[in-house]
Design a protein around this ligand. Sequence first.
Ligand SMILES: [Zn+2]
Ligand SMILES: [Zn+2]
Length: 106
Amino acid sequence: MPTRPPRPCRTCHTLGTWPTHGHCPTCNTARHRTRETRRGNRHQRGYTYEYEQARRQVLTPNSTCHWCGAPATVADHLTPLSAGGQNTPANLVPACTPCNSRRTTR
Ligand SMILES: [Zn+2]
Ligand SMILES: [Zn+2]
């Protein structure tokens, strides 16, 4: 079996025959780890079980947007989680998607 010429790892430049995307095993593992941290999961973004419970109480099929009166599709935080808001029914109001995203981006 012909041996492949060693190539430097694309991250740390260690010479070797790396089977994975031109990165040595160490760097390849590190890459996967950073990708997972960056994405985060639902829990890290604040969408916890408590949020789901509260959302179900606030967002009924007949809910209308708290801000504009359109049919509500999401539960909006009155006080954002980033500002210390809680995932409680008292802090959630039904909202339509445009109002929710407008408030989120602000
Ligand atoms: Zn490397
Ligand atoms: Zn609205």
